[in-house]
Ligand binder design. Structure first.
Ligand code: NAP
Ligand code: MG
Length: 402
């Protein structure tokens, strides 16, 4: 059979530890036999980031801006221990943070659904995709302790030098105080990324804040979303047969639990941080969660939501057997191949992405899976059995049918 051709390259961003091993296996066993893979390769292996003083991360992000579609392997975000372990010149920033900043992107996280992996919420039949606004609020705050007798005020020095003071609290005992901000620019980018993505995947969109309590701050988020929706997206949503709903965060939480899934839930930074972990856990496993970064001008970067699975890697280095789940990383590849196919009108590439995704589901549904899924798997008539990292890839390869 002739291999599928690709006219425009995908930006391929390699990474670290166990996921780097999966990366190689996925390409060799699942993709290269079918696709004449055309990629622009950037190696974000921590040693190479150190060698290039992190230039390679910036180059990779700019390549996504240029080519439109990237796929990324999980990477180590160095901390003090890693600086020592790898003898790094400095403690580099999180590559995901750098790429997100350059693309001004929003991260959408979606669970991979297959039969036998039942969500903890039995009513959830379809994916719930969480979009997290990854700028500002408590993540860029100023905070301090206060003592009895202290007075805290919010001081804004206006552009003309005028000082405006708002009382926060006069402390009659010890306490704490915090200042946060956001910008119209960032909120608008977030809103557009959410509206575009909803149109892209044809799913309803919810957005929620606490505007009844925070009448200026959270209300600004509400106003920006509603304004952009009215002016730029309402008609397109109606044409696509999808809806946008703004509601209070409390109401959103209640609706989400009662729902059967199948929508995008746009969250403020903190809500998204917390709710994405809740939703991921409720769907069963972090190893079955994908993540896509979408910029307001429609560039895409696909990856797994989990990290480099360090504990498995150390076992692998010692020559011990591992059973690491490659599904989320495979779906990062299929997401990128499908998007490239859509951009270039390459139907065989889109079909291949779907066939590979189906092979993953078929493998698990037949009872063959990695160890992490065994405790959460239940399907009538099927006794699950665990396979190692590499046999799992072979089992998927056997089931690809195009
Ligand atoms: P992690 O790599 O997600 O792994 C945490 C634990 O979750 C693993 O030890 C494993 O549990 C389980 N797990 C995660 N993915 C799995 C998979 N595919 N198959 C089977 N089990 C899986 O998180 P971490 O250990 O906190 O972080 C490791 C490194 O990843 C850190 O250096 C961090 O900076 C980096 N990281 C990168 C990204 C990214 O690039 N997007 C995201 C998060 C973290 P058991 O050991 O119990 O089997
Ligand atoms: Mg979190």
């Amino acid at each position: 059979m002739a291999k599928i051709k690709m006219s425009v390259p995908i930006v391929e961003i390699d990474g670290d530890e166990m996921t780097r091993i999966l990366w190689k296996g996925i390409k060799e066993k699942l993709i290269l036999p079918y696709v004449e893979l055309n990629t622009e390769y950037y190696d974000l292996d921590l040693k190479n980031r150190d060698l290039t003083e992190d230039k390679v991360t910036y180059e990779a992000a700019h390549a996504i801006k240029r080519l439109g579609v990237g796929v990324k392997c999980a990477t180590i975000t160095p901390n003090a221990d890693r600086v020592k372990e790898y003898g790094l010149k400095k403690m580099y920033k999180s590559p995901n943070g750098t790429i997100r900043e350059i693309l001004d992107g929003t991260v959408f996280r979606a669970p991979i659904i297959c039969k036998g992996i039942m969500p903890y919420i039995p009513g959830w039949k379809k994916p719930i995709i969480i979009a997290r606004h990854a700028y500002g609020d408590i993540y860029k705050n100023a905070e301090a302790k206060a003592s009895e007798g202290d007075k805290a005020e919010l001081v804004i020095t206006r552009a003309d030098g005028r000082e405006e003071r708002l009382p926060i609290h006069s402390f009659d005992c010890d306490g704490v105080v915090q200042g946060v901000h956001n910008t119209d620019r960032s909120i608008s980018s977030f809103a557009r990324a959410c509206f575009n993505y909803a149109l892209d995947v044809k799913m309803n969109l919810y957005f929620a804040t606490k505007d009844t309590i925070s009448k200026t701050y959270d209300h600004r988020f509400k106003d920006i979303f509603l304004e952009i929706y009215q002016n730029e997206y309402k008609e397109r949503f109606e044409d696509a047969g999808i809806t946008f709903l703004y509601t209070l965060i409390d109401d959103a939480v209640a609706r989400v639990i009662r729902s059967e899934g199948g929508f995008i839930w746009a969250c403020k930074n903190y809500d998204g941080d917390v709710m994405s972990d809740m939703v991921a856990t409720a769907y069963g496993s972090l190893a079955m969660m994908t993540s896509v970064l979408v910029s307001p001008d429609g560039k895409y970067e696909f990856e797994a939501a989990h990290g480099t699975v360090t504990r498995h890697y150390y076992r692998h280095l010692k020559g011990e057997e591992t059973s690491t789940n490659s599904v989320a990383t495979i779906f990062a590849w299929t997401g990128a191949l499908r998007k490239r196919g859509e951009f270039d009108g390459n139907a065989p590439l889109i079909d291949f992405a779907s066939a590979l995704e189906k092979a993953c589901a078929d493998t698990i549904e037949s009872g063959v899976m990695t160890k992490d899924l065994i405790p959460i798997f239940s399907l009538e008539g099927i006794t699950p059995s665990a396979v190692n990292t590499f046999d799992f890839l072979d089992e998927i390869a056997k089931r690809i049918s195009i």
